[in-house]
Design a protein around this ligand. Structure first.
Ligand SMILES: Cc1cc2nc3c(=O)[nH]c(=O)nc-3n(C[C@H](O)[C@H](O)[C@H](O)COP(=O)(O)OP(=O)(O)OC[C@H]3O[C@@H](n4cnc5c(N)ncnc54)[C@H](O)[C@@H]3O)c2cc1C
Length: 411
C-alpha cells in the first residue's frame, strides 16, 4: 500500500489526505498545532466562504496565475460542490459566495475531520517536525516523538498569514533544503497603513468607494466596495483586494499611494452638477447641511476642511471654483501608504514555492520526484470571495490523488 505523508493539517492538507486515502493510500498527516484546521474556524467571519460560483484565472494572482487552470480543470467548482455536498455540507449561496447552511465554519471542519476518521487517516497533532528529507526512493520525517517513512510527501503547511493558526513558515526550511525556491512571501488581503491626520478624524467611516492603487505614480489596480477609514489607515474588501500589490511594492521600497473616490456612483460632471444644485439653492443651509445625504456624516467636515470650507458657512456663499475643487477632491483623495498591517492581520500571504518548479497537472515537484505541494505554500493567492479556500481544496485534492496513484517510488 502506498504511504503518503502530509505536512500540515489545514484546508489543503486535509483535502489531500482525503483524496489520497480514497485512492487507496495509507496516509499520515503531521500537524504541529493541537488540532487540525484551526484557520478554517476563522474564515468568512466564522461562517466559512468555502467557494464561489464565479470561477476563472482572473480571480487568482501570483507569478503565473494560469498555473491554477489544470488544477481547477480536475477539481473545480462542480467537483468541490459535490465533494462538500457528499460530506453533508448543504450550501447557501450569497452573491455567488458559498457558505454552509449551518452558518458555521466549524461544520466544514467537522465534515473534513469525520471523513478523515472514516478513511482511517492517521492524524498526529502537536508534533514538532525536526526533519523532512529524501530517504532512498521515499521520504522520512522526524518529530520529537516519532519517525514517519513514506513513498510521497505533500507539503500543505500554508503561508505566513495569521500565524496564530499554525501557518508560521516553520516547514519552509525543509522545502528549501530539497532545492526549491520561494517567491518572497508578503501579506495579502490585509489592511493598509497610512499616516495622514484626516484618517484619524474619519476613523469609523464605512462608505462605498473605489480604491485605485498607484505604485511609483502608475495605477496598478482598482477595486470598489465598502471602504473603512481607521485610526491606522484604510481597510475593507476593496483595500484587501489591492493590498498584495501594495505589499510587493513596499518590499521593493517603492512609493505607494491610494486614490479614494468617495462618489464612485457619479461621474465628475454629475457630481459637479449635484454640488452646484445643492449649494446654489439659497435655502438657508450651511455647507455641511448641503452635503447631508451624499456623504457619510463623519466624512463631511473632513471634505469641507480639506477644501477650506467652514462647516457652518452658508452654502450659498461657497464659490463655484471652491465647489469644483471639492468635487475633484471627493473623487480623488490621495492617501500615502506606508505599510500593510502585517502577517498577523492578513487573511492570506502572496508568494511561496515558485510555480515554475511544480507540475501544474499533478502538483508534483519538478525537482524532486514524489514531493508534492498544496495550498497557500505555493505562489498562488486568490481574491476575496472563497478563492483561497477553493485553491486549497483544489490543489489539495489534485496533489493527494496524484501522489496516491501516479508516483513510481518504493511501495
Ligand atoms: C481570518 C481569515 C479569514 C479567511 N476567510 C476566508 C474565506 O472566507 N474564504 C476563503 O476562501 N479563504 C479565507 N481565508 C484564507 C484561507 O483560510 C487560507 O487560504 C487557507 O486556509 C489556506 O489553506 P492551507 O491548507 O494552504 O493553509 P492553512 O490553512 O494555513 O494550513 C496549514 C497547516 O499547516 C500546519 N503547519 C504549518 N507548519 C507546520 C509544521 N512545521 N509542522 C506541522 N504542521 C505545520 C499549520 O498549523 C496549519 O494547520 C481566510 C483566512 C483568514 C486568516
Amino acid at each position: 500500500m502506498k504511504k503518503i505523508l502530509i505536512i500540515g493539517g489545514g484546508a489543503s492538507g486535509m483535502t489531500a489526505a482525503i483524496a489520497a486515502a480514497r485512492a487507496g493510500a495509507s496516509v499520515t498527516v503531521l500537524e504541529h498545532m493541537d488540532r487540525v484546521g484551526k484557520k478554517i474556524l476563522s474564515t468568512g467571519n466564522g461562517k466559512c466562504n468555502y467557494m464561489n460560483r464565479k470561477q476563472g484565472v482572473r480571480f487568482y494572482r501570483g507569478g503565473n496565475p494560469a498555473f491554477v487552470q489544470p488544477v481547477l480543470r480536475q477539481f473545480g467548482f462542480s467537483e468541490t460542490a459535490a465533494f462538500f455536498r457528499e460530506l453533508g455540507i448543504y450550501p447557501r449561496e450569497r452573491n455567488g459566495c458559498f457558505y454552509p447552511a449551518s452558518g458555521q465554519a466549524s461544520s466544514v471542519l467537522d465534515a473534513l475531520r469525520m471523513e478523515l476518521r472514516r478513511l482511517k487517516v492517521q492524524v498526529l497533532t502537536g508534533c514538532e517536525i525536526t526533519a523532512v528529507k529524501r530517504n532512498g526512493n521515499g521520504f522520512l520525517a522526524k518529530t520529537g516523538k516519532t519517525a514517519v517513512r513514506a513513498d510521497c510527501c505533500i507539503f500543505a503547511c500554508g503561508g505566513l498569514a495569521f500565524p496564530k493558526s499554525g501557518s508560521d513558515g516553520s516547514a519552509f526550511p525543509f522545502i528549501r533544503q530539497m532545492g526549491h525556491t520561494f517567491v518572497e512571501v508578503v501579506p495579502a488581503l490585509v489592511q493598509l497603513k497610512a499616516g495622514q491626520a484626516f484618517l484619524k478624524a474619519a476613523a469609523g467611516v464605512r462608505t462605498d468607494a473605489s480604491v485605485k492603487l498607484y505604485v511609483e505614480r502608475q495605477m496598478v489596480c482598482e477595486d470598489r466596495g465598502e471602504v473603512q477609514l481607521t485610526e491606522f489607515g484604510i481597510s475593507g474588501i476593496p483595500v484587501f483586494q489591492v493590498s498584495r500589490y501594495a505589499a510587493k511594492a513596499f518590499l521593493d521600497k517603492k512609493h505607494v499611494q491610494a486614490a479614494l473616490d468617495f462618489v464612485p456612483f457619479l461621474s465628475g460632471e454629475e457630481l459637479q452638477r449635484e454640488l452646484t444644485g445643492r449649494f446654489g439653492r439659497r435655502d438657508g443651509k450651511t455647507a455641511e447641511e448641503a452635503l447631508n445625504g451624499l456623504f457619510s456624516k463623519k466624512l463631511i467636515p473632513i471634505l469641507l476642511k480639506q477644501n477650506g470650507i467652514l462647516p457652518k458657512e452658508p452654502a450659498a456663499a461657497v464659490s463655484e471654483r471652491t465647489l469644483k475643487e471639492l468635487c475633484r477632491y471627493a473623487k480623488n483623495v490621495r492617501v500615502e501608504l506606508s505599510d500593510t498591517k502585517g502577517f498577523a492581520a492578513a487573511q492570506v500571504s502572496a508568494g511561496g514555492v515558485d510555480t515554475g518548479e511544480i507540475h501544474a497537472e499533478t502538483m508534483e515537484s519538478a525537482l524532486v520526484p514524489g514531493l508534492y505541494f498544496a495550498g497557500e505554500v505555493v505562489d498562488v493567492d486568490g481574491m476575496c470571495g472563497g478563492y483561497n479556500l477553493q485553491w486549497a481544496w483544489s490543489s489539495g485534492y489534485v496533489a493527494g490523488m496524484h501522489a496516491a496513484m501516479n508516483h513510481s517510488g518504493s511501495k
